[in-house]
Write a protein that binds this ligand. Structure first.
Ligand SMILES: Cc1cc2nc3c(=O)[nH]c(=O)nc-3n(C[C@H](O)[C@H](O)[C@H](O)COP(=O)(O)O)c2cc1C
Ligand code: SF4
Length: 610
């Protein structure tokens, strides 16, 4: 009996199901852990899991087919996914992919004939400071790829060597902290210190966070205290509330949460515990992006230590009646799951489709309980604020943007890595500090943020000036900003969850139109009509889509059109609209079948014979 015949894969699933107490809400986790051993998820296995969870096969298949990391067709025993952010490409990832495929004799997306390996691309792995990078079997990462490493990797894959036999230093991930301010300098560890602040009344804790002026670091900048108060005051039918840490960090170019999770997990768990005390929550959940699976053992160890120290569990932190614990759930390769309501759906074991709001998560979130969702950095900041005081935090940064912000810096610079500055710091200073090389533009806040031209480098990173969720990708003067925008357009089309038509179809239409302009460069077929269509699609997506993904999908397009119009103008030189396809040529097979060559069988006089 092989490890993958039917009885043994059912056996694997049964053990996983038992570990998750046959809870249908753990479906994503069950699929993930089962597939980690069976490599892929055949239909009979999905049916088996469905029966055990009292779901239909269609329900389970619907979930499995949503997430990119689940395989419903056979894949290689070792699955290699090359990170495909623009920064990986700038570091040569496409040439490395071609080299690897050539050495292995497979195309991207293909499995080798003996089932030993498969190779493909994936969205950004959050390692842009040490790319090009790749993901192995969805749980390990290899950084700093170069031709030598790729050749060695090809040899290992051809020899059937499992990742455990690969050089250990390939899997090293560096924190690359280049500038540490208050958060990255850390807090002195101490159960006693946390117990002291936890002993305060929840209202006092809330007031301290309010005094700090802290705004969420996940992108929208929502005031943290206001969110917590809404959750604390929401009607909880059974008295249950939840605190969720959003560690999905899927925005291409962002990796600062990876560093916080690796280095400052205790401050994060302090922050979650304080949030729970303030809102009256019993359950804490960390939604960790699947690409960061390599961080899981350390995080689990930290949680175990905290349980032993009495900081979690019954009477957590020594506070009578405060019962709180934290569990970690893993994502499975879907960017949209970073959106808080999609994240909650995923936590509930469903497809990660954003919910219709209201009700908002603070009213009805995880399993219907009022739920606070906060970014990793926000919760780490809370740990500092509770110990050092709201006024201390409010004294850093600007009046509208208090405290510090951590930036993930990558692209054309000498010192990529993580930089923490008080909010209000000019972009130009960060560019000088990271050794930006002849920058013509910076993508601030990832593809859903802004593409900032040189004339605006004097702007300050702050909610009232230039907001950022944490990514700064630097582009030097040799980079073609049209191609950057086209890459991001493909990312959004790939990651659209498909729920609403303007986003599902609109993102594809943007890609097609940009592809047309890219291919028509120099041929004179692109025209002002194509640019006009792009503006219309931008307006449609901005106003007619259901969640932030669709709303911001055209941001790179809009900004590059506005600031780097020349890159588009040189691709749209035709005086009149030219169709993407030659309609008359498309009719040639019909003409052959009917034997017609007369003028009436053609669409225009230009094509008529004779
Ligand atoms: C498509 C999409 C992806 C998102 N990804 C993330 C993410 O990876 N991490 C995050 O903290 N917030 C992300 N957000 C924002 C969350 O919806 C939410 O606003 C945030 O987690 C709230 O935390 P905060 O108040 O601490 O900022 C995303 C939003 C959208 C629309
Ligand atoms: S805007 Fe896009 S990602 Fe968001 S719900 Fe609609 S289809 Fe899904």
């Amino acid at each position: 009996m092989t490890a993958f015949d039917q009885p043994s894969r059912f056996h694997v699933a049964d053990a996983v199901l038992t570990r998750w107490h046959h809870d249908p809400h753990a479906l994503v986790q069950v699929l993930r852990e089962t597939q980690a051993q069976t490599h892929w998820l055949p239909r009979d296995l999905l049916t088996h899991i469905a029966a055990a969870l009292r779901l239909t096969t269609a329900q389970v298949e619907g979930v499995a087919s949503f997430y990119r990391f689940f395989h419903l067709q056979p894949v290689g025993r070792v699955r290699v996914l090359l990170s495909d952010n623009i920064t990986d490409r700038m570091l040569g990832s496409e040439a490395l992919m071609a080299r690897l495929c050539e050495r292995l004799g497979v195309a991207p997306g293909q499995v080798d004939a003996q089932g030993r390996f498969s190779v493909d691309r994936c969205s950004c792995t959050g390692l842009c400071d040490q790319g090009p990078a790749l993901l192995v079997n969805h749980h390990q990462v290899v950084t700093r790829l170069d031709t030598a490493r790729i050749d060695q990797l090809a040899g290992l894959l051809l020899a059937g060597a499992p990742p455990e036999h690969w050089p250990a230093d390939w899997f090293e991930v560096q924190d690359n902290i280049r500038r540490a301010d208050v958060l990255l300098q850390g807090l002195p560890a101490g159960a006693a210190a946390l117990a002291t602040v936890l002993a305060q009344a929840p209202a006092q804790l809330l007031a301290e966070v309010e005094r700090s002026g802290l705004r969420g670091r996940g992108g929208a900048g929502f005031p943290t205290a206001r969110k917590w108060r809404a959750c604390a005051e929401a009607d909880a039918a059974d008295g249950q509330r939840c605190v969720v840490c959003n560690a999905d960090e899927g925005e291409p170019g962002t990796f600062k949460d990876r560093v916080l999770l690796n280095r400052h997990a205790d401050e994060l768990f302090d922050g979650m515990t304080l949030a729970a005390r303030a809102v009256g929550a019993q359950a804490g959940l960390v939604y960790l992006r699947g690409e960061y699976r390599f961080l899981l053992p350390r995080l689990q160890e930290a949680l175990a230590r905290r349980r032993e120290a009495g900081l979690l569990g019954r009477n957590a932190g020594g506070v009578t009646g405060f019962n709180f614990d934290i569990a970690i759930h893993l994502g499975a390769g879907a960017y949209v799951c970073g959106e808080e309501s999609a994240l909650i759906e995923s936590l509930e074991g469903k497809r990660g489709a954003p919910r219709i709001r209201p009700p908002f998560p603070v009213q009805r979130g995880y399993l219907g309980h009022p739920t606070v969702v906060n970014n990793v950095e926000t919760l780490v900041a809370v740990a500092h604020i509770a110990r050092r005081g709201g006024a201390w935090w409010a004294g850093i940064g600007t009046p509208g943007s208090t405290g510090t912000k951590i930036h993930s810096v990558s692209g054309d610079c000498d010192r990529p890595g993580v930089y923490e500055y008080p909010l209000g710091t000019p972009l130009a200073q960060i560019l000088a500090d990271c050794g930006a090389r002849d920058p013509q533009a910076v993508q601030v806040g990832g593809p859903s943020g802004r593409c900032v031209p040189e004339s605006a480098f004097g702007q300050a990173i702050a909610f009232e000036d230039l907001p950022s969720a944490g990514a700064l990708m630097v582009f030097d003067r040799t980079r073609d900003l049209f191609e950057v925008a086209r890459h991001f357009a493909r990312f959004f089309a790939h990651e659209s969850c498909g729920l609403c038509t303007p986003c599902r179809v609109g993102t594809e239409l943007v890609v097609r139109r940009l592809d047309k302009l890219a291919h028509e460069r120099g041929s004179g077929r692109g025209s002002a009509f194509d640019i006009q269509r792009l503006h219309e699609l931008d307006a449609l997506l901005h106003s007619g889509t259901h969640c932030g993904l669709g709303v911001s999908a055209c941001n790179p397009l809009r900004d590059t059109l506005a600031h780097f119009g020349q890159a588009y103008a040189q691709r749209s030189t035709a005086a009149q609209f030219q169709p993407e396809i030659d309609l008359d040529a498309e009719l040639s097979s019909a003409r052959r079948v009917t034997g017609r060559t007369d003028a009436g069988a053609h669409l225009s006089t230009e094509h008529r014979e004779g």
